[in-house]
Design a protein around this ligand. Sequence first.
Ligand code: HEC
Ligand code: HEC
Length: 333
Amino acid sequence: MNELVRLSKVLTLVFCLVILLASVTLLLYYNPTLFLHQEVPTETVAKIPMIKLWKAPDTAAIPKNKEGERIRYGRDLVARTSYYLGPQGKVMNISNGMNCQNCHLDAGTKPFGNNYGSVASTYPKFRPRSGTIEGIEKRVNDCLERSLNGQPLDSLSKEMRAFVSYIQWVGKDVPKGEKAPGSGFVEMKWLTRAANPAIGRKLYLQKCQICHGYSGEGQKLSANSYYIYPPLWGENSFTTGAGLYRISNFARYIRANMPNGATFEKPILSEEEAWDIAAYVESLPRPLKNFRQDWPRVELKPVDHPFGPYADSFSEKQHKYGPFKEILEKEKK
Ligand code: HEC
Ligand code: HEC
């Protein structure tokens, strides 16, 4: 009898263990990040749900007429730039193989994924980089030349008209002069120290290399195909004249979007990690493009613009990696 009682106790225990194991497996299956270390940033989580984020219009509502055709073509140009305009481009060969969507996620509609929500409502506008009033065409060509290391499109070309139509359609519901909540990049605090490429390298190898490659070269399905993972540095990546070459832009972009799948609500990198990884990636070689005519008023240059001349006496290195606090404090005075 005693034997039987003991046996049934053991069986109950085994049964409980099996149930426990099964539940943990199921939990992890549905929420794989459950036990991963994730620093949930209280500042973003607390603030952002209060505002109503901008949402792009539904693509099903694109009109079925000539203008609608242009909008759809523009959207496809953003998503599959390489297919049309890349090194083996079907229409032209004027860019490096990246897609606009690599940096303007979900065809420029993702919250804090560098979306196009505020473009239609705020352009034409004065931009201190060129010191002129720019239309959407100029802004698109800026990214073509700097981010895609390419050539500008003629304003009247079919492709430019399509880019502009799409960008205007995406932002059509945002009142003129207003900014769409969630456009651009997520806000981040400046580090009090300089961002550190050596720490960034370790993090890069753990968190980014698997997709973007040991040498930041990205991955293609085959030599002539498009990138499934775009390059982060090296000859096929964005140039030193690109907006993403500024460390704050890079850090704020990856904070809310990388590793791919992260969102501003569920970031994977801490702010500090984002700064250090940005420092590592920006310390490596990439195509040099120097736009000498940029920043005609030098005092309007952003604090982390990595090329002089500056309105202050801090070094190029400090302007590139920080610490930024003392530069900013001096600027205030
Ligand atoms: C390597 C990343 C990258 C790629 C690729 C890229 N862009 Fe950009 N783009 C940026 C960044 C970064 C900014 C913001 C720059 C800043 O604010 O300094 C930007 C800004 C813009 C803006 C202005 C957004 C605003 O709210 O003011 C437009 C329009 C734009 N890009 C269009 C394009 C188009 C069209 C393409 C493809 C032909 C493209 N971009 C490809 C990084 C990229
Ligand atoms: C699971 C794969 C994956 C991982 C891991 C990943 N990325 Fe990405 N990354 C992507 C994809 C895919 C895109 C392009 C997104 C698109 O086109 O929709 C991208 C785009 C980018 C871009 C903009 C395009 C470019 O080439 O400059 C940057 C910058 C970037 N990733 C940085 C990082 C960093 C830094 C990490 C590590 C913290 C990281 N990524 C981890 C898949 C990944």
